[in-house]
Design a protein around this ligand. Structure first.
Ligand code: ATP
Length: 240
């Protein structure tokens, strides 16, 4: 099998927590610059799939590659260095640190101070709001602003692919529209995206291809335009 540089290739990925089978032999790819979504109801295995890619939970896979990197042999702390950014569910910004310091924490893979300054100014170009609030404590930001900060922090490592776990969680419909704008901007800037969401509407709008997960397995795959009109997606969500 030949791999195009920067493609994410996943096959036969499984995650078990003791006796609980959270993810069962899941396979998919994310091409360079592509936007792929994973939707599914509570407990479908979406978060576990992302954590498995980042090496944060024990996993088994036949193939787990990003470009030339074999992620099954890469330690969690080195996966970011391969060019994969991760925006976890619940944002996890440091409330007692300023916006700027939170961003700097995402820059630990960058070798030079000048590279850090350059990347931070690119993040500020993408999110002018973060530049305005750079000296504010992250804990004083609204939920939507903290979500932008969490995305900005992931961008500080110059990722080619960004994994986003439920960026719309807890946000008002207006802020969910802002998230969609951010996702489109990231995509236009050339980043590949793997978006995990319970909000199927947002995901179908933001992505070109989607997987629908159910009970740890991929129940359906297709273009986002086709899946958004497929009544089976609703059935899977409602567990009918
Ligand atoms: P949600 O949208 O609620 O986050 P999800 O689709 O992301 O759901 P996961 O969080 O991956 O699903 O959970 C998949 C299954 O694994 C669920 O049955 C969940 O209860 C179980 N699970 C998740 N984390 C653990 C853990 N640390 N220990 C044991 N079981 C877990």
């Amino acid at each position: 099998m030949t791999f195009v540089a920067q493609d994410l290739v996943v096959s036969g990925l499984s995650v078990h927590y003791g006796g609980v089978r959270a993810v069962n032999s899941v396979s998919f790819t994310v091409g360079a610059g592509e936007c792929v979504g994973i939707v599914g109801a509570n407990g479908a295995g979406k978060t576990s799939t992302l954590k498995a890619l980042m090496g944060l939970v024990p996993r088994h896979a036949d193939t787990l590659r990003f470009g030339d990197h074999d992620l099954t042999r890469t330690k969690a702390r080195d996966i970011v260095r391969c060019g994969i950014g991760y925006v976890p569910e619940g944002r996890h910004v440091f409330p007692g640190l300023t916006v700027e310091k939170n961003l700097l924490l995402g820059a630990y893979t960058l070798p030079w101070k000048t590279a850090v300054q350059q990347t931070m100014s690119e993040v500020f170009d993408l999110f002018p709001m973060l530049a305005e609030m750079r000296h504010r404590l992250a804990g004083a930001l609204s939920g939507g602003q903290q979500q932008m900060l969490a995305v900005g922090r992931a961008l500080m490592a110059n990722p080619k692919l960004i994994l986003l776990d439920e960026p719309s969680m807890g946000l008002s419909p207006k802020l969910i529209d802002d998230i969609l704008t951010v996702l489109r901007r990231l995509s236009a800037a050339g980043h590949a995206l793997l978006l995990v969401e319970q909000n199927a509407k947002l995901t179908f709008e933001a992505t070109t291809t989607c997987l629908v997960m159910e009970n740890g397995e991929v129940a359906m795959t297709g273009t986002s335009t086709t899946l958004r009109h497929d009544p089976r997606v609703r059935q899977i969500y409602l567990g009918l």
